[in-house]
Design a protein. Structure first.
Length: 301
């Protein structure tokens, strides 16, 4: 159980850091993952055997080796909480037969803590597509499970992929390793022939913030708690291949909120990569009670 005191001080430190720190751009979009913020899950990070027929769409990670990262550049304007650039990185089992990523990566974002996706960002690289996009969900769907999460392409804002600037696809190197258990071919037991790859891309945070704010009815900025659902697909409007944090396909129709440990839904992080602590109810009540008691204490003479 989280103690009231540790929760209070941890929250205070996080608030102080987020209020004064300027988040600089990556040195380059292909920078080693030590320059990025890993996004954690309560469930397993990803199982390399749950591919659902995926090849380079397969996401790979372990409890100790992340498959998903973010980074943030606040445009050197720390007082402006809705501008800047947000970066995303995912880890994949291999490349296609030409050494590329030629599929779709979707990242759904829940910005108001209800386990319903409020926006999507991603990469379209299948067929003739070659862009990075931000879009609203299709509101004819509930967007609260894998099978019922869909993208409204009519709301899409997209930019052309510009390798080295807003996009990068590369093999991992030992410089990326964050844990001694890591390797260049994390799913070697599955195919054993290809090193893993990172897919990295960036989006305009002002545009993303605006979409999230409109769809949630509240202001979403770089300090807002966000949850992510990361998946790949061979179609351009919904998940149909691999989901990070969800093993197999048996739970694709179950609401995110009902899945053990949130299934493919990450823990909460701000756009800047700061973990957002979620206190246990008992700890919150104890903290509130303690503060009320402290306010009522009078110094004895």
């Amino acid at each position: 159980m989280t103690s009231p005191k540790s929760y209070f001080y941890s929250t205070a430190v996080l608030c102080l850091v987020s209020s004064v720190h300027s988040f600089a751009a990556l040195s380059s979009i292909d920078a080693p993952s030590s320059a990025w913020n890993s996004v954690s899950y309560k469930s397993v990070a990803d199982d390399p055997t749950d591919s659902n027929g995926a090849q380079h769409e397969e996401l790979v990670g372990t409890a100790l080796v992340p498959f998903f990262f973010t980074a943030f550049d606040d445009n050197s304007t720390p007082s402006n909480k809705t501008d800047g650039t947000m970066y995303f990185r995912t880890r994949h089992a291999d490349a296609d037969n030409k050494g590329n990523f030629s599929s779709n990566l979707f990242i759904g974002i829940d910005a108001n803590k209800d386990f319903v996706l409020d926006a999507f960002v991603g990469v379209n690289s299948s067929g003739n597509s070659n862009d990075i996009f931000i879009a609203s969900p299709d509101f004819s769907a509930s967007n609260d499970s894998v099978n019922d999460s869909k993208i409204d392409r009519g709301t899409e804002t997209s930019v052309t992929i510009n390798p080295g600037v807003n996009y990068n696809w590369r093999k991992l190197t030992a410089a990326d390793f964050s844990d001694p258990t890591d390797s260049l071919d994390l799913d070697g037991a599955q195919d054993g022939s290809e090193d893993d790859y990172y897919l990295s891309f960036s989006v305009n945070f002002n545009t993303l913030s605006s979409v999230l704010s409109t769809n949630t009815g509240t202001t979403v900025d770089e300090d807002t708690a966000l949850r992510f659902v990361v998946g790949t697909s061979t179609q351009n409007n919904s998940f149909n291949k691999d989901l990070g944090g969800l093993n197999g396909s048996g739970d694709f129709g179950t609401a995110f909120s009902l899945l053990p440990n949130g299934g493919p839904v990450s823990e909460q992080f701000s756009a800047t990569g700061t973990p957002i602590l979620v206190p246990e109810p008992t700890s919150s009540m104890l903290l509130a009670s303690g503060l009320l008691l402290a306010c009522g204490i009078r110094r004895k003479k």
